[in-house]
Design a protein around this ligand. Structure first.
Ligand SMILES: C[S@@+](CC[C@H](N)C(=O)[O-])C[C@H]1O[C@@H](n2cnc3c(N)ncnc32)[C@H](O)[C@@H]1O
Length: 252
């Protein structure tokens, strides 16, 4: 099941990036069918002017918050975005860490990596890199090597959230920070209730807030702080469950 879900995730996100996500929108309740990816992205907290300054094909409208707004990135820092998609947060981060810093995107879907690299070439970015990797198995970066990790609506897609947080902990320098946007639910599903399509839409793999934060603690994180919390679909239920989005910061 673990492998078939991963294959389905890759299929879904390669289809989205190849279509430019023109028929789609972000997460339920945040935007209406027909909204452009840029409109959907503004709705979840991104700044229009900043969005206009990056390659437009990097904006797919598939996030659920704006962790970059809370990452406090500074010149010279190394930042990693997990599940970087077509590169939206990497291009925004690149302008904050400048040439003495570096922004590294990690994704497991080949077509996403291809599009992100094309976008980097088109925008002439010299301080960005995109690497292939499965964030819950092995992030392809050294121990204690990065200042900040960000991620937007990705950890809930993993089948073992604690492993993903352990990998983040491993690559962060001491006192490094992670800022994550993600979806949580009020009731978790039993394995037999899981629908692969809904997992890929970031719904069926969501944990309760308590379990989600507990995975971070088990990985070793401290000073865990919820920065934003919003209900999706104005609290309307999806298959009997409430879905919310969180932005969380934690320190190694
Ligand atoms: C909902 S999209 C978010 C993309 C991007 N963060 C954004 O906001 O546009 C999820 C992304 O995470 C990637 N992904 C999902 N599970 C992953 C994993 N285990 N390891 C690496 N990438 C993963 C997918 O390929 C996809 O590009």
């Amino acid at each position: 099941m673990k492998n078939s879900i991963k294959d389905d995730i890759k299929k879904r996100y390669s289809k989205i990036v190849m279509s430019g996500n023109d028929d789609c929108c972000c997460m339920p309740g945040e935007c209406k069918k027909g909204d452009s990816p840029i409109d959907a992205t503004k709705l979840i907290g991104y700044d229009q002017e900043e969005l206009e300054s990056i390659p437009q094909e990097a904006i797919l409208g598939v996030g659920c918050g704006a962790p970059i707004n809370h990452a406090g990135l500074k010149e010279g820092e190394i930042v990693v975005d997990l599940g970087s998609g077509a590169g939206i947060d990497i291009f925004l981060a690149s302008k904050k860490v400048l040439d003495s810093g570096k922004a590294i995107g990690i994704d497991m879907t080949d077509q996403m990596l291809e599009k992100a690299r094309e976008n980097a070439l088109r925008g002439n970015y010299s301080n960005v890199e995109f690497k292939k990797g499965d964030i819950e198995e092995n992030i392809p970066l050294d121990h204690n090597s990065v200042d900040a990790v960000i991620s937007n609506c990705v950890i809930n897609l993993t089948t073992n959230k604690t492993n993903a947080f352990k990998e983040i902990f491993r690559i962060l320098k001491s006192n490094g920070r992670m800022v994550i946007s993600d979806l949580i639910t009020n009731v978790e599903l039993h394995p037999e209730e899981i629908n692969s399509d809904q997992w890929c839409e970031c719904i069926d793999g969501a944990l309760t807030k308590e379990n989600y934060l507990s995975c971070m603690k088990q990985a070793g994180f401290e000073k865990i702080e919820i920065l934003e919390e919003r209900k999706y679909m104005d609290g309307e239920k999806i298959n009997g469950r409430e879905i919310s989005s969180l932005v969380v910061r934690a320190i190694k």
